[in-house]
Design a protein around this ligand. Structure first.
Ligand SMILES: CC(C)(COP(=O)(O)OP(=O)(O)OC[C@H]1O[C@@H](n2cnc3c(N)ncnc32)[C@H](O)[C@@H]1OP(=O)(O)O)[C@@H](O)C(=O)NCCC(=O)NCCS
Length: 172
């Protein structure tokens, strides 16, 4: 099982240490008052069950390609604690979040961006149903240097969540 839930104050210690080279963006504070409204920039905690400890978090911020609000779309991100990785949680959490955006907002696309070296996240996004759209050069500052990344997206017309059902979804 897995679930996305709002932040609690006791999530801070579990999420504050970013134990991944791909999440080394400098000091980040986990804000227990962070919005979980889909229309705001925000985030949700990833847990195996609704009362369980934080295993990670998903977050999003809105980006806009065209000049009007109609072309806004969320850019999603994820961080899982080391002990929660490699168990399918990254796929399930990003699938749940993407599904929430298509069900509860009018966005036409959901985007993600990851480092060219982050094979785990590239594979996870592809399993969710995202397509790689291109290379974004010098896109983010991580671990002391500008790094290239890949832009991924999935369109509303492509989103058939059943099509991507994960056979491992009930393993935990
Ligand atoms: C990236 C991350 C979200 C992936 O989630 P996860 O739960 O570990 O991944 P999953 O178990 O869902 O596996 C997804 C796929 O990636 C593959 N994978 C996992 N780790 C991998 C690795 N190190 N190298 C290559 N592929 C890997 C899995 O085999 C699986 O593919 P498969 O279904 O074809 O076997 C998670 O590892 C994480 O939070 N890492 C640290 C922070 C980070 O990198 N965040 C993303 C920043 S953009």
């Amino acid at each position: 099982m897995s679930c996305l839930r709002p932040y609690r104050h006791d999530d801070h210690d579990l999420l504050a240490a970013r134990e991944s080279p791909f999440d080394d963006f400098g000091p980040q504070a986990v804000n227990p008052d962070r919005s979980c409204r889909l229309d705001d920039d925000g985030g949700l905690v990833v847990a195996f069950d609704s009362d369980g400890p934080a295993r990670g978090e998903v977050s999003w911020h809105w980006v806009q390609w065209g000049p009007t609000g109609g072309s806004r779309c969320p850019m999603i991100g994820i961080y899982l604690r080391p002990e929660a990785r490699g168990r399918g949680l990254g796929v399930r959490a990003q699938r749940q979040l993407t599904d929430m955006f298509f069900r509860h907002t009018t966005t036409n696309r959901v985007e993600a961006h990851t480092d060219v070296e982050n094979l785990a996240e590239q594979r996870a996004l592809e399993r969710v149903g995202f397509q790689r759209e291109g290379l974004v050069r010098g896109a983010h500052w991580r671990a002391g240097a500008y790094r290239d990344g890949y832009l991924y997206a999935v369109l509303r017309s492509e989103w058939t969540v059943e099509q991507f059902e994960d056979p491992r979804a009930d393993e935990d």
